[in-house]
Design a protein around this ligand. Structure first.
Ligand SMILES: [Zn+2]
Length: 282
């Protein structure tokens, strides 16, 4: 089965241990809403894959699964009254299976008070409740909400699957040294870009790593150190959290996402990565 199509989402389904909250983000054409719904359906599915034929899948299809809720903006905004309804429903927990999933589409249009209200549930989640927020980018939603979610970057579906290998894993381990802390001479940028070119096929892993790294930095800066995901890199992340302001971290997150989107529109790898390196240099 591969209905979700991303290794790490499949992994979550396999272990059946979802996080309390996810942020699915990506450009307009990324179909992040569909992917969020597929993931929710797979999580609730009896077969853990969105089989389309079990009782749960059929209820989702017909729009009457009691543990699956989709929340859209009412008019222009997601309003406090909608979050209040959500809260009273979340309190009962799942009715039919292990999980109850709420998808909040267009999370960039929360009103301030609705956002604050949702934050309270994300900080003290009820067992069995999973939230999926969708938005164009992590920096398009309230930073406090973004830092409470696991980030899932959604690319247009014709992107090739990741191909992991050992040398790539070694390379990833060296990213904080190689990529984030470089001194910034022209020569060094060329050198590093050339090195990265060998790994073009695995660029999604690089981007996911960088996104998660800066997400963690944001999490540390919000004072929620238990929420970090790349525990192996916590020293580098703490270092970055100390040196950078919220605004600077957000700009780096935007730079990573922008680079990823350029490459999806067949931008020149070398130019895009060089440009990204300069932007990441503090
Ligand atoms: Zn099913």
């Amino acid at each position: 089965m591969n209905s979700i199509g991303e290794d790490f989402l499949n992994q979550i389904l396999l272990t059946n241990k979802p996080a309390h909250a996810y942020l699915f983000f990506g450009a307009e054409n990324s179909q992040k809403e569909d992917r969020a719904k597929q993931f929710a359906a797979a999580l609730l599915c009896r077969e853990k894959k969105g089989c389309g034929i079990c009782v749960s899948c059929r209820k989702i299809k017909s729009g009457n699964h009691p543990d699956f809720r989709e929340i859209y903006p009412e008019g222009e905004k997601i309003k406090i009254s909608q979050i209040r309804n959500l809260k009273s429903e979340a309190r009962y927990g799942p009715l039919e299976g292990e999980w109850k999933v709420f998808i909040l589409y267009k999370s960039q249009v929360f009103t301030e008070e609705a956002g604050q209200s949702l934050l309270k549930i994300l900080e003290e989640p009820d067992p069995g409740i999973v939230f999926i927020l969708t938005a164009p980018s992590p920096t398009s939603i309230l930073p406090t909400l973004a830092s409470r979610c696991q980030w899932v970057s959604i690319q247009p579906s014709d992107q090739s699957e990741d191909k992991r290998d050992l040398s790539w894993n070694k390379f990833i381990k060296e990213i904080p040294e190689n990529f984030l802390k470089f001194s910034g001479s022209h020569f060094e940028v060329f050198e590093k870009t050339a090195l990265l070119e060998d790994y073009q096929e695995n660029k999604e892993i690089l981007f996911r790593f960088l996104m998660t790294f800066f997400r963690d930095t944001l999490v540390i800066k919000s004072g929620w150190e238990d929420g970090i995901m790349l525990k192996k890199f916590d020293a580098s992340e703490k270092d970055a959290a100390e040196k950078l302001t919220f605004h600077e971290i957000q700009k780096k997150i935007d730079a990573v996402q922008e680079a990823q989107e350029y490459l999806n529109h067949s931008g020149n790898f070398r130019l895009v990565i060089e440009n990204l390196l300069w932007k990441l240099k503090s």
